[in-house]
Design a protein around this ligand. Structure first.
Ligand code: SAH
Ligand code: SF4
Ligand code: F3S
Length: 457
């Protein structure tokens, strides 16, 4: 069915998985003949791809949705879709809350958008949240960037961290085959992409659900094997992966990252808490000591590797002393970047039912103290780049200064330098770092004279 006169808009909340899903869904809508619109108020089909990791993420969705539900009373032809994690969590209840909705679809159904939307255009109100086997998508995603691309390698999560909604909303683990992943990367290489980020909520679980063992009796489809399998895809110069889980992180993986030149020396390994009792209550399956050992190993093999992580403060029952163990870990390890969050009780998770919840005030205070330390440590980490020559993959122009382009170092530091985006987009440029801030750098490109500096953003 073609939809030549309909325009669609997608707003994406949440993590990289959701961004990747949105790009695939946009690809499906393009293929159906709808036109893309950046402005929801000009669109006939609005899709909110939602996140429910914390309460504030979920509330944001309702406020956006409320506005468009109102608009639907003026424009009855407006089609309203909620996809993603709030859709999966709330299911039918969303229709009761927002009866103007036409389609509620969980993350596992992203690739089925055409089929579901056809049912909507036929006059049905549709809810698709039953667990399914995720079918390989054959549509070309509409990617936000022409330089860097997400590639899903494993969907879902089989962990049961006591605070987390992800297993409830993303379902059980489903790995894509190494062949499908490589084929997608080859296509990206042919289309001119330079960097790929392999995605999984717990990427170390990759391949557990695929068959195959080696002669030594080892599972043959691990993340490490995957990296060896895809590392030489033509055109792809940089490979990243996220998110690593300390419980399953292996030395073999570190060695592969060191050995394979295209795999970036950057690890994203959330630790969540620096206290063993809190880690136990979270159900994370490792200790603070094990986390230190992982970081030591990485730094033994790759002293300059960037390390980032996620942490939660104010988990139920967390004492001041236990929180200080998190501060101490952050102080000792010195992360290049740390995503921090105050604990938010989530429906359907064990910890939400516990009675030892902390007050918002305590959580806010701890978050502030942790963030303060994080920026001090990140600034210290940035210092090491000063005067160095770094390879920067140029992604775009600096939105705040169009005479500059921006990109990332191998270690994932955002870097700005004077240059022409037309000439440099997608290129890896050697840049001498002249200024270092906590989370970004400024530098000068080597041999810029040959490149010119007009801005064409
Ligand atoms: N799979 C990844 C992270 C997934 S969610 C992992 O295992 O680490 C992204 C981050 O959100 C988590 O790392 C955690 O720090 C945070 N998060 C998850 N649930 C949360 C909650 N209920 N309250 C606050 N932060 C939460
Ligand atoms: Fe959530 Fe834990 Fe799975 Fe990460 S590993 S997505 S925190 S349940
Ligand atoms: Fe949010 Fe779902 Fe990702 S809850 S963080 S969009 S997996």
């Amino acid at each position: 069915m073609t939809q030549l006169h309909r325009r669609y808009h997608i707003t994406t909340f949440g993590c990289q998985m959701n961004k990747a899903d949105s790009e695939r869904m946009a690809g499906i809508l393009d293929k159906m003949g709808l036109e893309h619109s950046d402005d929801p108020n000009c669109a006939d089909v609005i899709l909110y791809n939602t996140c429910t990791i914390r309460d504030n993420a979920e509330q944001k969705v309702y406020s956006y949705l409320g506005r468009q539900a109102k608009r639907k009373h003026e424009y009855p032809n407006l089609t309203l879709i909620v996809s993603g994690c709030v859709a999966q969590q709330e299911g039918e209840q969303l229709l009761r809350r927002v009866p103007e909705l036409d389609l509620v679809m969980g993350p596992q159904h992203a690739n089925r958008l055409e089929d579901l939307l056809t049912q909507v255009f036929d006059g049905n109100q549709v809810v698709a949240t039953e667990p399914i086997h995720i079918i390989e998508d054959i549509t070309k995603p509409r990617r936000d960037s022409a330089v860097t691309a997400w590639v899903n390698v494993i969907y879902g999560c089989n962990e049961r961290c006591t605070y987390c909604v992800v297993p409830n909303v993303r379902g059980t683990e489903q790995s894509r085959t190494p062949e499908a992943i490589r084929a997608e990367m080859e296509m990206l290489g042919e289309q001119g992409y330079t960097e790929v980020t392999l995605l999984g909520q717990n990427i170390d679980a990759y391949g557990r659900d695929l068959p195959g063992v080696t002669a030594e009796g080892r599972h043959k489809n691990t993340l490490t094997d995957l990296l060896y399998f895809v590392h030489d895809v033509p055109g792809i110069e940089r490979i990243r992966f996220a998110t690593s889980h300390p419980r399953y992180f292996t030395e073999r993986l570190i060695c592969a990252c060191k050995e394979l030149p295209k795999v970036c020396e950057h690890f994203h390994i959330p630790f969540q808490s620096g206290d063993n009792d809190v880690l136990k209550a979270m159900g994370r399956g490792y200790t603070q000591q094990k986390y230190y050992r992982i970081i030591d190993k990485i730094r033994t093999y790759m002293p300059d590797a960037s390390i980032s992580a996620d942490a939660i403060v104010g988990f139920p029952g967390e004492t001041e002393e236990q929180f200080e163990n998190t501060l101490q870990l952050v102080d000792e390890i010195g992360f290049d970047q740390l995503n921090t969050a105050a604990y938010s009780p989530r429906p359907g998770t064990p910890a939400a039912l516990w009675e030892n919840q902390l007050s918002e005030e305590v959580k806010r205070d701890r978050l502030q103290r942790l963030n303060h330390l994080v920026s001090i440590k990140a600034a210290e980490r940035s210092e090491r780049y000063l005067g160095r020559i770094e390879e920067v993959l140029v992604e775009d122009c600096n939105p705040k200064d169009p005479s500059q382009v921006m990109g990332r170092t191998q270690g994932n530091r955002l870097t700005f330098f004077a240059g022409d985006i037309e000439a440099l987009k997608g290129k890896i440029v050697k840049v001498k770092i002249t200024e270092a801030r906590a989370f970004s750098l400024t530098g000068e490109a080597l041999a810029m004279a040959a490149i010119g500096s007009s801005s064409k953003c």
